[in-house]
Design a protein. Structure first.
Length: 197
């Protein structure tokens, strides 16, 4: 069967192989990095372009609400893609490559966590943000696909979906957010616990 035949079986089979190839230690380390930032009361700042921008926003939606509701401990999450006016202002007045770094100049404090998502790992605005966060004493986490690009080299912590396919990369990045949420909420499958919607 052609792996790109468009059938559910073909797509899900490819996704299953990507999931099986994931470095579990990388994933668990990334969860620990987020947990440490949350425990310390640091900001967790997400960013990305296109579909990755929506994943970055979805992370904060889930984490801010569900983790706080489950634990009573505030989750100081924010996304650099949720204010379209700010994004467009920096894009127009500076450049699209600066839409994230300029926001970080206003928001980032030392040891805050910057979580950048890029399928290719080479989006210039993402790389500028990661470079700035590293220079300012931030903690950086990159979620990437393909060969990992510059993001895989520059971020201090990485989750890499080793696949040359944007949709499969985005699938892996998306469900990573749900793993984080369940871990920090203290969800236990064995007890039948549930997380509020």
């Amino acid at each position: 069967m052609n792996p790109y035949s468009g059938t559910a079986d073909a797509y899900l089979g490819r996704l299953a192989r990507v999931i099986e190839s994931l470095n579990r230690d990388e994933v668990d380390n990334a969860i620990n990095v987020i947990s440490e930032a949350w425990t310390a009361g640091r900001q967790i700042i997400t960013l990305g372009n296109g579909g990755s921008s929506l994943t970055a926003l979805h992370f904060i939606n889930d984490w801010n609400k569900s983790i706080f509701m489950a634990t009573g401990k505030p989750f100081r999450g924010r996304s650099l893609v949720d204010n379209i006016g700010v994004v467009m202002a920096y894009g127009n007045d500076n450049s699209f490559e600066d839409i994230f770094i300029e926001q970080l100049k206003n928001l980032l404090q030392p040891e805050d966590l910057v979580l950048a998502i890029s399928g290719s790992g080479n989006s210039e605005n993402v790389i500028r943000a990661i470079d700035y966060a590293n220079e300012q004493g931030g903690v950086t986490l990159g979620l990437c696909g393909y060969r990992g690009g510059r993001l895989r080299q520059k971020a201090r912590h990485v989750v890499w979906a080793d696949v040359d396919d944007m949709q499969l990369s985005e699938d892996v990045h998306f469900f990573f957010g749900h793993i984080v949420m369940q871990r920090l909420c203290g969800y236990e499958m064995s007890t039948g616990s549930t997380i509020p919607e």
